[in-house]
Design a binder for this molecule. Structure first.
Ligand SMILES: [Zn+2]
Length: 234
């Protein structure tokens, strides 16, 4: 199984930029109505555990939160590789550097270009690790925050977002035929606030099979993945 975990990948943007690889056989919006807020770490932890983790993750220390493997769908697999996923294998150092630059930008101590450069550098690192891992484990999860991180400062700049979606579509294109089950999933979508972007309810999922999920909850993939694996190992 291959899971492409794309932070803030937004259904409307996927359609707008005509991302043919991201739009697999079945795709659509995820239902986040059970959540009060669209918090990245809460949504990825909830995706992994199949439970709403909102109350369990305090805002103040949220980025340090780690979910034990026994509580995740990863326990259904014999081998796994999970690259940079929040609440599981999040690269604290890389993201601390990103957050530092984001703060510096709002204090006029860093430019948006300096910020973007670090985001793209971290993206390329994850891309290399992800493409290298695919095919070597029963499940590979690759997490990419490009759409979220670039979007927060530049969602209103169409050319920049087009480049981001082109890149993510290319990553999907490289893996989409390499496994019998490929899931592309986002935690939440994104909406414009002037030139900036903020989280929205418009989450995205896409499958290389037709399962007619119809507005699935982000927590419902836990059971779906369990069923797929039970059949595969049977
Ligand atoms: Zn997010």
């Amino acid at each position: 199984m291959i899971i492409l975990a794309l932070d803030a990948l937004d259904l409307d943007q996927v359609k707008k930029f005509n991302c043919k690889n991201l739009m697999q056989k079945e795709y659509g919006q995820t239902d986040l109505s059970n959540f009060n807020q669209e918090r990245t770490i809460v949504l990825w932890a909830s995706f992994l555990t199949g439970k709403n983790m909102e109350k369990e993750i305090p805002l103040k220390t949220q980025w340090e939160f780690q979910v034990p493997i026994e509580q995740t769908f990863l326990k259904f697999f014999k081998t796994h590789e999970v690259i940079d996923l929040p609440a599981f294998s999040y690269k604290q150092k890389n993201h601390a550097e990103e957050r530092k630059l984001l703060k510096a930008y709002f204090e006029d101590k860093a430019t948006v270009e300096e910020y973007d450069e670090v985001i793209w550098k971290n993206h390329r690192e994850n891309k290399k690790e992800f493409l290298n891992a695919v095919g070597k484990f029963d499940v590979v999860i690759g997490y990419f925050n490009l759409a979220d991180a670039i979007g927060h400062l530049s969602f209103g700049i169409t050319e920049k977002m087009a480049e981001v979606y082109r890149e993510l579509d290319e990553v999907a294109g490289k893996v989409k035929d390499l496994d019998s089950f490929v899931l592309v999933i986002s935690d939440h979508g994104m909406k414009a606030v002037g030139r900036y972007g903020d989280h929205s309810r418009n989450g995205f999922y896409s499958l290389n099979k037709e399962l007619v999920l119809d507005f699935p909850k982000i927590t419902s993939f836990y059971d779906l993945i369990r069923k797929v694996i039970e059949n595969e190992y049977a």
